[in-house]
Design a protein. Structure first.
Length: 73
């Protein structure tokens, strides 16, 4: 299953549970969708950093690559 299908499936599951009066933002499927999207954003940022020609010269890049991964969610 690819990313788009997984996000769509989780979103549909969350929408079905709205009938019970649950808040869509707090639904576990909605949280999973946000986590998936954030993970892919983080991967894209790291790929841009690694591919940049400033690698090795920028203190910011050196610190970013040297820090342990700590997702916001």
């Amino acid at each position: 299953m690819d990313r788009e299908n997984l996000v769509k499936l989780l979103s549909e599951m969350a929408a079905e549970d709205l009938e019970s009066g649950a808040d869509i933002f707090d639904h576990p499927c909605s949280i999973a969708v946000r986590a998936i999207e954030k993970s892919f954003e983080d991967i894209n940022v790291l790929l841009r950093v690694i591919r940049s020609d400033t690698m090795g010269r920028s203190k910011k890049v050196q610190m970013l690559i040297g820090l342990p991964y700590d997702p916001e969610w």
